[in-house]
Design a protein around this ligand. Structure first.
Ligand code: IPT
Length: 984
């Protein structure tokens, strides 16, 4: 039996042991007065906690995850299943254990003070020794653990601190979140000292009428624990003094709640004309609480940035400051492609700034509490936070939810989170965790919360999922995941709704995804009872990996990526890339941003859907007027500036200044419309809205949204050939004997395409498998006939699929102006009910590298993800059109394209379409994308692969959740399209 009592206890297989020697959690934050022990520590990785450290130390930087720098224990990714078979609370015998050690100098002037060590976060069991003495144990990989070192260390002398981190434990079974398994100490290690008389906790309560209540808990570290006489507490809020609540003192005395050991004081004030806190108006006040000794000197101080706001559920509405707000949320994990779960303040700030700029107003801290700074930033920048406890027992959910050995762990994790974060105005909801079934432990944790913090609602998906309308479970909110929007609407209309319905996860952002997001929001905004949800998720958790040796690049990888793309010799690793045999592949790459935080196209879609300003046209003909709507809950439009932009199909685009009207929150006003020239076909009017002044999350001039209306319609389906004269006597275009067009600038002739490189949704939703079975990837083509007549060649072909033949007809006509008119028809058999696309694909000769188009853009858009890409004249390098989703798949499409020009040094290819169509121009054939697992395996072609689709299937979100809606599926039957090609 090992001599060390911390090891002898085997705490890694004892769920009852959540901590030993750990100090109670509190909201008093001493980070600003602490010594930071981050940096290089001696390190060794043991095969199990029962091994003794040997003489061979290496170095490790803290905070950090060892999987990112130690070859013996690389990152592993599993979603639901555990990476090993042991049943809770057991763990494998092979249990990587990191030992971190260093000397610290205890400042000489700490004599007589209380000395505390804080370890920010350790995965998953932390054992602390100082100078060989056992100090404490802690579990919960995402909350800090504090240990008192007073008496163990001597001010003025060095001490050796050893932090032993055991990777696998009983706690791993309740930390089974969908993310990499890493191991390490992922947040800062700090050392601080306080006076023996100290503020043990401060609890702030605010109201929208300016009422402030501050409860202070005072303790003494003297041996007897008794408080010295005469101490008192004072407080001030931005210069406004708080007063001690003597009524509270009197009642406490009367109820015999006062003893020599418990110092409890309540301070109060009322702030006149208070500026309330909301995510739109994150108004903060500075609160300072001081603990004084009898002589008036200050023994301890606690600073807080607080906000005045109230959360309440009234009926089926979640209200912030009395207003029913929309929750435009995202799920955020701690993630960084170089440092794993260690995320610096600057990186966290950049995450939140990005979210603000793309219209998000809420964060669920999936699936564990974030770093303390995250909440400071959410308070400051303005986010509603669902603060989630670190509990996910996914693989063994049912067994654990009622296993009494785990009861303590559930309550411990939930209560410590609330004790730490209770004073943040941003935190509006507590979450009991994720995917852990529903058992008595949840009720226990909810009971603790309801008593301790009656000011915030509680949510837990697992409790509410069986019956959204129940009123007696642990969740105050029905917070399903990936529920079809029709089900949500039906529930809201059923008359049965008892509580708010806010999806804790929806619109799974894996690969090229988030189809129908705009339709979902249209339904949410149209349906009382629906308030939004949290997109899954913010990051793609791709770890930057060196291809040559398969190692994570680690901190040395800074600068080896840009705009979502890795430098040569590197790639974004996902599950399986570090040699794991049990893993869940690219399911880890399901964020709205790339691993380097480059926004994916869905971010622009979201920005538009969440836009504070909307535009509508009212009336008919020359009586038409424009109306501007303020969709915010608390602000007017004075923080915004705008200009009008016109885009004419054939007339270019131009801008004129705009004046935003004064519109109260939720209101609208008719605006003076700019002079719109008519007559030249289709004209679109866009209101380009930007920030009017520098703000906390955007400099002046940052784009906020671009609501757009069509002012003049095009004649849809207008004939491709205007005057008879264009059909003069010219020789018909050249084809080979199979009727395939021969053209000097085309490397591959235009043929029929029914397939796309499967997206993650196509694969996991089962569509890709069906397409493969039907042979849609490369159906056999049979030429039926080739007929030449005057300027025209008519080619009939038949494409054999597992669901019958697709009849395809192409008519090539030479026009006198040099264009080739291509008219196509495809007839899909009745059995072919769900293809990826029906359209034309061709390849250009080498040397084309720029695309200019009139249609939706500038970013990628698809039929069911096209609300955020305004119609206009756009241009980009061909290489930039492609979106490098981590696993190569269909990407780079542009919706609603009317005409485009591909140009290179020597040539121009100009294409006009009969009506707005889905177009893509990339360097990759669909089958090449489908055959590769990472981008470094792709060889860009020197020419371009061009798709013009008569119809393109929606993207949906079937990798986890609903597929696209039926209106975005491609029906069997007749599809017709036409286009002209001009080569210059
Ligand atoms: C759900 C999880 O809560 C989340 O962590 C993530 O795994 C997400 O799905 C998919 O990426 S659970 C799923 C089984 C519905």
């Amino acid at each position: 039996m090992p001599r060390d009592p911390l090891i002898a206890l085997r705490p890694w297989e004892s769920p009852e042991v959540t901590s030993w020697g750990r100090l109670p959690m509190s909201a008093v934050d001493r980070r600003d007065r602490a010594l930071c022990l981050d940096g290089q520590w001696r390190f060794q990785l043991l095969p199990s906690p029962r091994h003794e450290p040997g003489p061979g130390w290496s170095w490790a930087g803290l905070p950090g995850s060892w999987a990112l720098h130690v070859a013996e224990d690389p990152p592993r990714y599993t979603n639901v299943r555990m990476p090993w078979p042991e049943f809770p609370p057991e763990v494998p015998a092979a249990n990587p254990t990191g030992v971190y050690e260093r000397e610290i100098d205890i400042p000489a002037d700490w004599t007589g003070r209380r000395i505390v060590l804080q370890v920010g976060a350790a995965e998953s069991v932390l054992l602390v020794h100082v100078d060989g003495q056992p100090v404490g144990i802690s579990k919960d990989s995402h909350l800090a653990a504090e240990f008192e070192l007073t008496g163990l260390v001597r001010p003025g002398s060095p001490a050796t601190v050893r932090l032993t981190v055991v990777k696998w434990s009983d706690a791993s079974h309740i930390e089974d979140q969908d993310q990499w398994w890493l191991g390490g100490i992922t947040r800062s290690v700090l050392l601080y000292a306080t006076d023996p008389l100290y503020l043990a906790d401060v609890t702030v309560r605010t109201r929208c009428d300016g009422e402030l209540r501050v409860d202070c808990r005072v303790r003494s570290a003297e041996a007897t624990g008794a408080l010295p006489g005469g101490w008192y507490v004072s407080g001030e809020l931005d210069g406004l003094g708080l007063v001690q609540d003597t009524e509270f003192d009197r009642v406490s005395k009367e109820d015999e709640r006062v003893s020599d050991f418990l110092g409890e004081v309540r301070l109060r004030t009322v702030v006149p004309e208070v500026r309330t806190w909301t995510a739109e108006t994150p108004e903060l006040y500075g609160l300072t609480v001081r603990l004084h000794r009898a002589d008036g000197t200050v023994a301890d101080t606690s600073h807080h940035r607080i906000g005045f706001r109230e959360v309440e559920i009234r009926g089926r509405d979640l209200l912030v400051n009395g207003e029913r707000v929309y929750i435009r949320g995202v799920n955020r994990h701690d993630f960084h492609p170089l440092t794993g779960r260690t995320v610096s303040y600057e990186e966290m700030r950049a995450d939140l700034v990005t979210l603000k700029r793309f219209g998000f107003n809420a964060i669920r801290t999936s699936h564990y509490p974030g770093d303390p700074s995250l909440y400071d930033l959410a308070d400051e920048l303005g986010f509603y936070v669902v603060d989630e406890a670190n509990i996910e027992s996914h693989d063994h959910a049912h067994e654990i939810a009622d296993d009494p050995r785990y009861l303590n762990a559930f309550v411990d994790r939930v209560s410590r989170m609330a004790l730490r974060d209770k004073n943040h105005p941003s935190v509006i909801i507590w979450s009991l965790g994720n995917e852990s079934d529903y058992g008595a432990h949840h009720d226990a944790a909810a009971g603790w919360l309801r008593r301790h913090d009656p000011t915030r609602p509680i949510q837990y998906e697992g409790a509410a999922k069986l019956d959204w309308a129940a009123t007696d479970d642990a969740s105050d909110i029905a917070c399903p995941m990936y529920a079809p929007i029709e089900d949500c609407v039906a529930h809201a209309l059923s008359g049965e709704q008892t509580r708010p319905l806010i999806q804790c996860e929806y619109s799974h952002a894996m690969g090229n995804s988030n189809g129908t997001l705009a339709d979902m929001w249209a339904a949410i905004e149209a349906t009382p009872g629906l308030q939004g949800g949290f997109i899954w998720e913010f990051w793609d958790h791709g770890i930057l990996q060196r291809v040559n040796d398969g190692r994570p690049a680690g901190r040395g990888g800074a600068g080896l990526y840009e705009s979502g793309v890795t430098a040569p010799g590197h790639r974004w690793a996902y599950g399986g890339d570090f040699g794991e045999t049990i893993h869940d592949g690219a399911f880890i790459a399901d964020g709205v941003v790339f691993p380097d935080r480059t926004p994916k196209p869905v971010m622009y879609e979201h920005r538009e859907i969440a836009s504070p300003v909307r535009l509508s046209v009212e009336g008919e003909g020359s009586w038409r007027v424009l109306r501007v709507h303020n969709k915010q809950h608390f602000r007017d439009l004075s923080w915004l500036a705008a200009e009008w932009e016109f885009a004419a199909a054939d007339g270019g685009s131009w801008t004129v200044p705009a004046q935003l009207p004064h519109v109260p929150p939720g209101g609208s006003a008719v605006v003076d419309r700019p002079e719109v020239p008519g007559g030249a076909g289709e004209i679109w009017l866009t209101l380009r809205v930007t920030t009017a002044a520098d703000g906390s999350w955007a400099p002046r001039g940052t784009e906020v949204c671009s609501p757009q209306v069509r002012w003049y319609e095009a004649d849809e389906g207008e004939p491709m050939v205007g005057s008879e004269g264009e059909l003069g006597h010219v020789p018909a275009p050249e084809t080979d004997e199979d009727g395939l067009l021969l053209h000097p600038l085309l490397a591959a002739p235009p043929t029929l395409s029914l397939w796309r490189a499967p997206t993650d949704n196509d694969v996991l939703g089962g569509m890709a498998g069906r397409w493969r079975e039907l042979g849609l990837e490369r159906p056999e083509r049979e030429t039926v006939s080739v007929e030449r007549k005057d300027a025209t060649v008519r080619v009939r072909s038949r494409w054999l699929t597992g669901a019958g033949a697709v009849e395809h007809e192409q008519t090539f006509t030479a026009l006198v102006d040099g264009r080739i008119l291509v008219e196509e028809t495809a007839v899909l058999p009745e059995e072919l009910t769900d293809v990826a696309r029906v359209g034309t694909v061709f390849e250009t000769a080498d040397g084309f590298d720029r695309l200019a188009w009139y249609g939706q853009g500038p970013w990628e858009s698809y039929p069911d993800r096209a609300a955020g890409a305004p119609v206009g004249h756009h241009a980009a390098a061909v290489d930039e059109l492609f979106t490098p989703y981590l696993r190569p798949q269909e990407s780079g499409g542009r919706h609603g394209v009317r005409h485009f020009t591909l140009s290179g040094d020597d040539h121009v290819l100009a294409v006009r379409l009969d009506r707005p169509r889905q177009v893509s121009v990339t360097r990759h054939r669909a089958e090449e994308l489908a055959a590769t697992a990472h981008h470094d395996e792709l060889e860009p072609r020197p020419g371009c692969v061009v798709h013009i689709d008569a119809a393109h299937r929606g993207l949906g979100t079937a990798s986890c959740g609903p597929d696209t809606s039926p209106s975005y599926l491609i029906p069997p039957g007749v599809h017709r399209w036409a286009w002209t090609l001009r080569a210059l």
